[in-house]
Design a binder for this molecule. Structure first.
Ligand code: SF4
Length: 436
């Protein structure tokens, strides 16, 4: 979930046209500046994770969020992660540990300089929203050893049965009221202000409507967006530190207007080399992207005319396209439902159903699984998913392997080879279908 450098930076003419890119750059840059100044300005800082984050609640206390996964992926894009991972392994962290964690620990050991080159502040609180991935817990245990600061834990029940039970919501509400909010009051020195929270949630819902419109524009043939490589930029502000702000509303309004303009003109998505004008394959992708060779990876798709029309990775911070909205009339209840609804908190059958519906609704020619070595939360069960999806939809699946931020596990030649053969197979199937 990243934001800059933007993929379309290579195409200057496009950049000038796309106001949203500039807005996003300012948003992120401003946030890292505020973090770098936090000590001078007296702002308090909370480290927390992307899935199930409580951004509006934190901001209602004037707290500044830091998302460690975002720092790790940004370091990956800037080719810094290999050095950080090596540092963490030198300190004894095993090769099998999630590389986001090692990247973060290595960055910390090397001075905690954030992605924009400015130092990140120490946390005043570690807020662990525990949604589906056990590594989150281990990660914050390591950070607590480093920082010796308070920890607030929000235990989010896993959605194993594919729906939210009322007692699950009540369990989260009780933790918010008795554990999380009192901790935020202590750290910030402010009282909980529900009206302020409601106002922020109202802004969130507005931006969420616009994001959904952007993601769903890919139902049109040809799609005006790439919902994976482009999609990770579109979800950046929503999934991280900016929900509930006027700036995020402005960003999504601009993004929606630009997308609708492309839609109306029948244009394809923007790539680092300009507009993709001939959509040849429509794909659904499961799994996170690789960040260390992000552009090279993307190029393997767009140079073949392959456009990703829907992806599950763009749902790690919420399934807004399935109807969820933050709700100012039910502030804490909707935060609780939000935490439970993130993709990493869903069981395998629900994930498979989601993919199946994407393949149908977005008229996909194929679906591809990028299985990342680091992330058990994503990778477990993906081969079973592949088989079930092929059986249910008759659409052929492809399988590639890489990693999030460890360049040792991105084998460009192998991946390119696999993608090309997979697309050729789709082409052949299409030709046979036309003949039959
Ligand atoms: S294992 Fe996966 S979900 Fe868990 S922290 Fe690592 S990347 Fe995130």
């Amino acid at each position: 979930m990243s934001t800059h450098p933007h993929p379309a930076d290579a195409s200057r003419a496009e950049v000038q046209k796309e106001r949203s890119m500039q807005l996003q750059k300012e948003l992120i840059g401003g946030h890292y500046d505020a973090l770098a100044m936090a000590q001078e300005t007296g702002r308090k800082v909370v480290y927390t994770f992307v899935p199930g984050n409580l951004t509006e609640l934190l901001r209602s206390f004037d707290l500044l969020p830091v998302l460690p996964e975002i720092n790790a992926l940004q370091s990956g894009m800037r080719k810094l992660s290999a050095g950080y991972i090596a540092e963490a392994e030198k300190q004894g962290h095993s090769k099998d540990v999630c590389t986001y964690v090692k990247c973060d620990i290595g960055m910390l050991k090397k001075g905690n300089i954030g992605p924009t080159g400015k130092k990140l502040p120490r946390p005043d609180l570690l807020l662990l929203s525990y949604t589906g991935c056990f590594t989150f817990m281990k990660w914050f245990e390591l950070l607590r050893q480093e920082y010796d600061c308070p920890v607030a834990m929000l235990h989010v029940p896993y959605q194993s049965a594919g729906h939210i039970h009322p007692h699950h919501r009540d369990y989260i509400l009780q933790q918010l009221r008795s554990e999380v909010i009192p901790q935020l009051e202590r750290v910030s020195g402010r009282r909980y202000d529900e009206d302020r929270l409601r106002a922020m949630l109202r802004l969130s819902a507005q931006a969420e409507d616009d994001l959904v419109r952007v993601l769903e524009s890919a139902k049109q043939v040809p799609s005006p967006i790439d919902a994976y490589f482009g999609g990770v930029y579109y979800i950046g502000p929503m999934f991280s530190a900016f929900r509930g702000t006027d700036e995020a509303v402005e960003y999504y309004r601009a993004l929606r207007a630009e997308t609708e303009a492309r839609l109306a003109q029948g244009l394809g998505p923007i790539t680092p080399e300009g507009s993709l004008d001939k959509e040849r394959y429509r794909l659904v992708v499961e799994g996170p992207p690789n960040w260390t060779s992000f552009r090279e990876f993307w190029k393997m798709f767009y140079e073949e005319g392959a456009v990703v029309v829907a992806s599950t990775y763009t749902k790690v911070g919420g399934l807004y396209d399935r109807g969820f909205r933050h709700d100012p009339d039910r502030p804490l209840e909707s935060l609780a439902e939000y935490c439970m609804g993130c993709y990493t908190n869903l069981g395998l059958p629900t994930r498979t159903e989601l993919l199946e519906s994407y393949i149908r609704e977005y008229q996909a020619d194929g679906f591809l699984i990028n299985s990342v070595k680091s992330c058990n939360s994503f990778s477990v069960g993906q081969l079973l998913m592949l088989r079930q999806l092929e059986e249910r939809t008759g659409v052929p699946g492809g399988f590639i392997e890489s990693d999030l931020v460890d360049p040792r596990y991105f084998s460009a030649a192998n991946i390119k080879n696999r993608i090309e053969s997979y697309l050729q197979m789709l082409e052949q199937k299409r030709t046979e279908g036309a003949r039959a």
